[in-house]
Design a binder for this molecule. Sequence first.
Ligand SMILES: Nc1nc2c(ncn2[C@@H]2O[C@H](COP(=O)(O)OP(=O)(O)OP(=O)(O)O)[C@@H](O)[C@H]2O)c(=O)[nH]1
Ligand SMILES: [Mg+2]
Length: 149
Amino acid sequence: MELENAVISSTSSSSAGSREYKVVMLGAGGVGKSAMTMQFISHRFPDYHDPTIEDAYKTQVRIDDEPAYLDILDTAGQAEFTAMRDQYMRGGEGFIICYSITDRQSFQEAAEFKELIYRVRHTYDIPVVLVGNKIDLEEFRQVSQLKKE
Ligand SMILES: Nc1nc2c(ncn2[C@@H]2O[C@H](COP(=O)(O)OP(=O)(O)OP(=O)(O)O)[C@@H](O)[C@H]2O)c(=O)[nH]1
Ligand SMILES: [Mg+2]
């Protein structure tokens, strides 16, 4: 896959000068973690599902008016690829937990991902954002808006 503006990095490299923020994308298989990451990194939306094993992206952003690097780790939702989970859970400084509004199970798994972060880090004091994806598929919604709260 081609990516503009992004360096694929296998491990967390430190980049001289700028602060680096490590963000980990979590969520069940097929909820759209990679699509969201691609959209952010290369402004393209892949319309196919190529199950991720693990992909890392690095991009330059401005955070609090300072140049910074964002390391985004796009992880596997599918259970057969989850062997490296504990390792990336330890390294993440912030987590984006995704579910699909069309997939009730993925919403339940979102709660499990939060627990998993806690199990590995022993604290809830870590930035976590919950993202309900596929909102264009309102007619197939399985997670009510009330449930999110
Ligand atoms: N309609 C719709 N489809 C989406 C959206 N986001 C992702 N998809 C589609 O959902 C499918 C799965 O998307 P991926 O981004 O590969 O899902 P993933 O969470 O990375 O899946 P794994 O890597 O297996 O964990 C693809 O066909 C995407 O095009 C969305 O917001 N709306
Ligand atoms: Mg993926």
